[in-house]
Design a protein. Structure first.
Lengths: 337, 589
């Protein structure tokens, strides 16, 4: 049990570190077009050529043949680690141009192929993941914060506070949020910067999603507030605020953690859905959703399989989070029994 | 007595039904039919076409959308037609015509003895009625503008039962091309609705098929909302092939409503439909890849007449509350700014990445596909960022430390380009342009909009900065372009509702466009239109980008498949299409 939790957490940390250092791991700028190689398939790494085996992997450049791309075996480019390339801001703070790996110009390494503008799909998945996953986490934080506050207030005070707040949750649960967001977008100016779009997305997803955690929290608070320990604390003159912070919130914490693990992948998927329909982050900045939107075209879907890479990324992320939620949930039950 | 009339009616109906069923197939004496001397094929069978949308009406006079026109075009016929393949006019319902030496009077001889698809004879009264409808202000037909020259309508007079005379207020170049697209209507079916002022409501999608008749190769058999339209062979059609067999060959033509181009391709690949009239290069390549198995007839007809362009908003915004746009208009109105943008556009990349090399770069409104009218003397400058920067420098723009372009007043150059979200090709152009212009330090944002929202902004509210759009594609002749280039035109997109020409060059274009319209000699007219193209290319009201090739596909069993670069690309010769036998199909591979 414990080993599984540790493994999952390690995977989760690795995933988020990869996204955090996306600019470093990605060999190219995710918006840089290379118009000579649109829809190029993933570059293959070679260790062996006519001269024998090489410890250092190398690639052959892509050229266009009569039936699409072929490897030009006349030239090869070795793969190097820690190379200088396009400049970017590491962690959004330090300007640098070091990349984890790369090949010499004019070679291009595209581990996951390129899109219709010749942009490196691998770099785009990593940098797009930053946006999609950050949106999921930020929206979850908003939803849990709002949900906890309303849930605690409703459960603690009961009566009309409870009834009005819970009526509010019902209203929000019944909102068709995709259409709601379409409506919201129509009132905003034509162009929004990627940052503004990001906050709009997370804000809207989070503010619509608070209702479910609020109900959960309320249920727990309802049962906790009549416990003897809480009644005793009140008898000793504890204020409402003291009771909520000291006695009630700690009881809610475990549920919130499980909820977070459940909600993050769901909200990442929400961002992907919205960007897929063109409501999210706009070109040329990538996000998993807007990268997938080209697959709405039948010809792209059936011809360039590597453009499905964001689906794989989304799948892996969701599975890790879902397993984690599962483990957290069973641990919680184990502790409470 | 009563009994007799009660009996007589069903008997008459029965007779009519028998008459309709035994309608003439072999030419009848007295019928003046059109002979397609080198045409052969064989009768029977049906073809299915996947359409992207449903038509909105069966009324050819008010049909405004592509799909309605595609369907009504098969039900109706015109006096004179433009052969889509040769791009020249040829006789249709009029077997011949004479033009007076001053080019103002057209006398048309109608075919004698021909009938509408319900069996009713056609004569000059139907022509008079049709033109009365087209020119009626209350009907508001989209074709009406073409028939009003200098504010005066064309007058139509009946000389005898089969001769009609058209008098134009003044000479009009290529006037016979006007007749293409003006369907001749059955007076006996529509006169009542017209007299009652209900013409616009006539022939809707709910009208019973028997109440709709035309002179086209097909007649309406069935309309199933949301699913399909079935057209059946018009047994009275006025064309015969070289064996004097009456056209059309097909028994039925079925339009399925499938939704999108992708759905069209999937249905086509599954063998459920027989033809696609316009393909994107990606889908064309997709079908080509499967050619070994499907043996589809794929045709790349070369550059279309459509032109895609970037337009900057130069409208008069003084009455609107659009201060940010108005502020940016000082760039948009600066020719050097537009020249800089044009020089920075990588048109070759657009052709390669957007059209998969199946397209052509454009530097003017007439592309290489329009061989009769293109001004081939216009320069085709290659992309040059240096040239761009020189233009910008000359206009007082400079770069700040962050690499952003700033105008003389110190404002950073930032604008958004709107384009239709459903048009993936124009979306791609926008993303390429964004990258091209960022190399000049311009911050460009791409804003995809739903098509109607886009049209509203460009034509009504003027709330946009720049847009990528496409125009053209109808006829090769310069006349349909009048509404784009004359300053009062309804598609004068960069500056709509101009009361008078904004600048000397627009004044000159106005004069030239009027002049070409009344110049009858091709060489002289070409010279005038060449000058228009030159002025447009020099003053860049639009930044021309590229034009796609016309790509079509048909199942190998479709015979006489001769797509053309003029709309409707594949169905213009629907009367000649036929279904090949299995052996013929195998032979054609």
């Amino acid at each position: 049990m414990r080993r599984r939790t540790v493994a999952l957490i390690a995977m989760l940390i690795a995933l988020h570190l990869a996204l955090l250092f996306a600019g470093f791991i990605a060999p190219y700028d995710s918006t840089a077009q290379n118009r000579q190689i649109p829809y190029a398939p993933p570059t293959r790494l070679h260790f062996h050529d006519d001269a024998g085996w090489h410890p250092r992997p190398f690639i052959y450049p892509m050229t266009v043949g009569p039936d699409g791309y072929v490897e030009d075996k006349n030239r090869s480019f070795s793969l190097y680690f820690l190379v200088r390339g396009s400049s970017y801001k590491l962690l959004g703070l330090f300007q640098t141009n070091w990349h984890l790996f790369g090949v010499d110009d004019p070679g291009r390494i595209a581990l996951l192929g390129t899109d219709g503008f010749g942009r490196d799909e691998f770099s785009r998945v990593l940098l797009g993941g930053q946006i999609s996953v950050a949106a999921g986490i930020a929206a979850t934080l908003i939803a849990l914060l709002v949900g906890t506050v309303t849930g605690v207030l409703a459960g603690f005070y009961g009566r009309w506070v409870d009834e009005s707040l819970m009526a509010g949750t019902e209203l929000f649960l019944s909102l068709p949020w995709l259409y709601f967001l379409l409506g919201v977008r129509a009132f905003l100016p034509l162009h929004l910067s990627p940052v503004a779009t990001f906050f709009l997305l997370t804000g809207v997803i989070g503010l619509i999603g608070w209702a479910r955690p609020a109900r959960l929290v309320r249920g727990i608070v309802l049962s906790v507030r009549t416990r003897n320990s809480v009644l005793a604390a009140r008898g000793f003159g504890g204020s409402d605020f003291y009771l909520m912070c000291r006695h009630i919130l700690p009881e809610v914490f475990g549920v919130l953690l499980t909820q977070a693990a459940l909600l993050i992948p769901r909200y990442i998927a929400a961002e992907v859905t919205l960007s897929f329909f063109g409501l999210g982050v706009n070109e040329p900045v990538s996000s998993w959703g807007n990268m997938l939107s080209v697959l709405q075209q039948y010809s792209v879907l059936v011809s360039y399989g590597w453009l499905l890479a964001p689906v794989a990324a989304l799948f892996v992320t969701s599975v890790i989070y879902a397993l984690l939620a599962d483990t957290l949930h069973s641990r919680l039950e184990f502790l409470s029994t | 007595m009563k009994v007799i009339t009660r009996l007589a009616l069903p008997v008459c109906l029965l007779a009519a039904a028998c008459f309709a069923a035994t309608a003439p197939d072999k030419p009848q004496p007295g019928e003046e039919l059109a002979l397609a001397a080198d045409l052969s094929g064989h009768s029977g069978g049906h073809l299915t076409i996947g359409g992207r949308a449903e038509p909105k009406t069966f009324n050819p006079v008010i049909a405004n959308d592509v799909v309605s026109r595609e369907v009504t075009g098969r039900l109706m016929a015109d006096l004179i037609e433009i052969n889509r393949s040769s791009q020249q006019t040829e006789p249709a319902l009029a077997k011949s015509w004479k033009v007076s030496p001053d080019g103002r009077v057209f006398t048309l001889q109608l075919r004698k003895g021909i009938r509408f698809s319900d069996g009713h004879p056609f004569d000059a009264d139907d022509v008079l009625f049709s033109f009365a409808v087209y020119m009626d202000e209350k009907v508001d037909s989209p074709q009406r503008d073409l028939l009003i020259i200098d504010g005066k309508p064309i007058t139509v007079t009946k000389v005898d039962q089969f001769t009609v005379r058209f008098t134009l207020p003044r000479p009009y170049a290529a006037a016979e091309r006007l007749f293409d697209g003006l369907a001749m209507l059955p007076k006996h079916l529509l006169e009542e609705a017209y007299r009652d002022g209900k013409f616009v409501e006539a022939w809707t999608l709910n009208t019973t098929p028997q109440d709709i008749a035309g002179l086209g190769p097909f007649r309406l058999k069935q309309y199933v909302p949301g699913q399909k339209i079935v057209l059946e062979r018009n047994p009275y059609y006025w064309k015969v092939d070289r064996n004097h067999d009456r056209l059309p060959y097909l028994d039925e033509l079925v339009f399925l409503f499938v939704g999108t181009e992708d759905a069209q391709v999937m249905r086509f690949e599954a063998g459920e439909t027989d033809m696609i009239s316009r393909l994107s290069s990606e889908n064309y390549n997709l079908i080509a890849r499967d050619h070994q198995r499907s043996h589809a007839q794929l045709t790349d007809l070369g550059p279309s007449l459509e032109y895609n362009f970037l337009v900057f908003n130069q409208n008069d915004l003084s009455s609107k509350k659009l201060d940010t746009v108005a502020q940016k208009q000082k760039w948009f109105r600066d020719l050097k700014f537009r020249q800089a943008v044009s020089a920075a556009v990588d048109r070759d990349s657009i052709v390669r990445l957007v059209y998969g090399t199946r397209g052509a770069a454009l530097w003017g409104n007439v592309g290489p596909g329009n061989k009769y009218w293109v001004n081939s003397a216009l320069p085709h400058p290659q992309r040059s960022l240096d040239t761009s920067k020189q233009f910008l420098k000359a206009a007082g723009f400079s770069c700040n430390r962050a690499g952003q372009l700033v105008d003389p007043s110190g404002q950073t150059v930032e604008f958004s380009i709107i384009t239709s979200s459903s048009n993936t090709q124009r979306m791609k152009m926008a993303t390429l342009l964004q990258d091209d212009l960022s190399q000049l330090g311009m911050q460009v944002h791409v804003v995809p909009l739903e098509f109607r929202a886009l049209i509203d902004r460009v034509f009504q509210s003027f709330d946009y900065e720049a847009a990528i759009m496409g125009l053209g594609g109808g006829d090769a002749d310069p006349n349909p372009e009048m509404n784009v280039w004359t300053s009062s035109g309804t598609s004068h997109l960069w500056h709509l509702n101009e009361t008078e020409p904004d600048s000397p060059w627009e004044r000159e274009v106005d004069q030239l466009m009027q002049q070409q319209m009344v110049t009858l000699d091709y060489a002289k007219r070409k010279k005038v239109y060449d000058r228009v193209q030159q002025l447009v290319a020099e003053h860049l009201p639009f930044i021309f980008l590229a034009t796609p090739n016309i790509l079509t596909a048909a199942h190998p069993r479709v015979g006489n498949f001769h797509p053309a670069i003029l709309d409707p690309y594949t169905l213009w010769n629907a009367d000649e299409l036929y279904v090949r036998t299995a052996t013929e199909t195998a032979g054609a591979r």
